[in-house]
Ligand binder design. Structure first.
Ligand code: UDP
Ligand code: MG
Length: 200
């Protein structure tokens, strides 16, 4: 059976975490040929995120957690999670359910088709302000102009990667990382799929 680690950086997420596990379990239970494991990273939360993780780890034997003594930022949390993962596939996602776990089947399909990575980008938001849309557009077009790393407008940190790709990323030990860029830069074959963002 193939193993899948879910790397979830968490900063003050005590309220949503139990719901996150509940909703995600509903999806993973529809994928019985994969064995899922949660790797939560408590990134110096000020609320009871750590206590919530401890409780979840007691309740579910596939829940693991790492806890930082202070806030190091989402990128550092993601990398700590990746360092602790040994699964065949690794999914990186947010804790706040803005990255819908319902996308797992499509993401796994994408990687089973022979891609190294299957990454998500947000569909155009009808509710998003014109200014926000413009800022996002300028950012992605600037990024795509100055860099060999190409990514669609709306790319987010929600992706599944092969073991081969995760190992390559871990070899790159830069202090300051722009994760979306680095995940593309290693040159692995990425399939992009669109999803509808969920408001927090
Ligand atoms: N996060 C983190 N450390 C931080 C800030 C955020 O680990 O210093 C986590 C947060 O708990 C969430 C994810 O990173 O799982 C995305 O954060 P947020 O929802 O605040 O970002 P946005 O939705 O604005 O991209
Ligand atoms: Mg969010």
């Amino acid at each position: 059976m193939k193993t899948v680690d879910l790397i979830v950086p968490c900063h003050n997420e005590e309220e949503v975490l139990p719901e996150f596990v509940k909703v995600t379990n509903e999806v993973t239970s529809t994928l019985p040929s994969y064995s899922f494991r949660y790797i939560f990273i408590n990134d110096g939360s000020k609320d009871n995120t750590l206590l919530t993780m401890i409780k979840l780890a007691k309740e579910f034997n596939n829940v693991k957690y790492i806890s930082f003594s202070r806030n190091f930022g989402k990128e550092a949390a993601m990398y700590a999670g990746l360092e602790h993962s040994d699964a065949d596939y690794v999914i990186v996602m947010d804790a706040d359910l803005q990255h819908p776990p319902a996308m797992f089947p499509q993401m796994i399909e994408g990687i089973e088709e022979g891609n190294d990575c299957c990454a998500l980008y947000r569909a155009k938001q009808t509710g998003e302000s014109k200014l926000r849309q413009l800022v996002s557009k300028i950012f992605f077009s600037f990024q795509n102009n100055i860099s060999d790393v190409k990514m669609p407008d709306g790319a987010v940190d929600y992706r599944i990667m092969s073991r081969k790709m995760v190992d390559a990323i871990m070899e790159l030990s830069e202090v300051q990382r722009f994760s979306k860029g680095i995940f593309c830069w290693v040159g692995f074959k990425t399939k992009w799929i669109e999803y509808k963002n969920v408001e927090r």
